[in-house]
Design a binder for this molecule. Structure first.
Ligand SMILES: Cc1cc2nc3c(=O)[nH]c(=O)nc-3n(C[C@H](O)[C@H](O)[C@H](O)COP(=O)(O)O)c2cc1C
Length: 323
């Protein structure tokens, strides 16, 4: 059975399950195609892509399914302008903007009939995005892999606060790995969910096998935040984070911390497979996942788990028999 929420209606999808845009991990066609074919929303992560590769990936997804899909563009990215032009030229149905304000871009996307969904870090940002005219917001808490909100507020609280702050549909993420997590987000008022780490652990994600193996091995306390107080990233604890933490604790200067930060990168882990020195971006919920599941099959599994979670909730408070 399809879901009926404002997110499924807005985006034209069967299930309100969005595979998060993830640099490297979803910077290909395979992952987005598998998710969109299965009735979720597949998202190509433009971040590290060459513009020609982005265009080719979009065309592969378009050719492979008639279902909606999206492109994620981090707006601070130095290639953001050309990513946005390509999205318009290729008439992608949905653009997911993050890490920057949407205002200056919205008019031409609206004119082209493209929905704009915006990633926000707080109720204040969500309200601003709503006032600017975005179609929906994504609220992600500190559990998330990649760039969680700098103020480090957890998913339970930030999602609830955003649901209270805006009237447009809210999509929730950060720490959601299964159907029980999805049900929890819907209880808070969200009408869709965005899962990153869960979809990163699929055969279709574009990551070195060592990256996936390290994430599978991790437990729920296996990640840490690097760059607190600035733009933090959540990564697996490893030699790089150990060195950074030690330098931070011993009060080393900003310049020294920056130098250590720059010895590492997501590419080093994602492409080269160096999981000791690279930035292995995953969320806390990696500790809830212990197998790679094909992305299309995963969508079906999440829906079945959601149904079981909702049935469990319903059974907690049986409707009283009429007297
Ligand atoms: C490897 C990785 C790369 C990411 N890259 C991006 C990105 O390019 N753009 C973006 O908006 N968010 C990015 N994120 C954040 C995700 O879109 C999503 O919000 C987050 O993964 C949700 O939390 P979860 O990992 O607990 O599911 C990334 C996350 C990961 C794990």
């Amino acid at each position: 059975m399809p879901f009926k929420t404002r997110v499924t209606a807005l985006l034209g999808i069967r299930y309100p399950i969005i595979q998060a845009g993830m640099s490297w991990a979803s910077s290909n066609a395979e992952l987005a195609l598998a998710v969109s074919r299965a009735g979720g929303l597949g998202v190509i992560g433009a971040g590290p892509m060459h513009p020609d590769d982005l265009r080719a990936a979009i065309r592969t997804v378009k050719a492979g399914t008639g279902n909606p899909y999206a492109v994620n563009v981090p707006l601070y990215n130095k290639r953001a302008a050309s990513f946005l032009d390509i999205a318009l030229e290729e008439q992608v149905p949905i653009l997911i903007g993050s890490q920057g304000g949407p205002k200056q871009h919205l008019a031409r996307f609206k004119d082209a009939g493209i929905k704009w969904v915006h990633v926000t870090a707080s109720p204040v940002h969500a309200k601003k995005a709503e006032e600017a005219g975005v179609d929906a917001v994504i609220a992600v808490g500190v559990e998330a892999g990649g760039h969680p909100p700098p103020d480090e507020v957890g998913t339970l609280v930030v999602v609830r606060a955003v649901c209270k702050a805006v009237t447009i549909p809210v999509i929730a993420g950060g720490g959601v790995a299964d159907g029980a997590g999805i049900a929890a987000m819907f209880c808070l008022g969200a009408e869709g969910v965005q899962l990153g780490t869960r979809f990163l652990l699929t055969p279709e994600s574009n990551l070195h096998p060592a990256y996936k193996a390290a994430a599978l091995e991790s437990d729920i306390a296996g990640t840490t935040l690097v760059g607190r107080g600035k733009l933090p990233i959540r990564v697996l604890k490893n030699d790089f984070t150990g060195e950074y933490d030690a330098a931070e604790r011993s009060g080393r200067s900003e310049g020294e911390l920056k130098a250590i930060y720059e010895t590492s990168s997501l590419k080093l882990a994602a492409f080269d497979g160096d999981v000791a020195r690279g930035k292995v971006e995953v969320g806390q919920c990696a500790g809830l996942i212990d197998e790679l599941v094909p992305a299309g099959e995963l969508v079906g599994r999440l829906v079945a788990e959601f149904d079981r979670a909702v049935a469990r909730l319903a059974a907690l408070r049986p409707v009283a028999e009429p007297a």
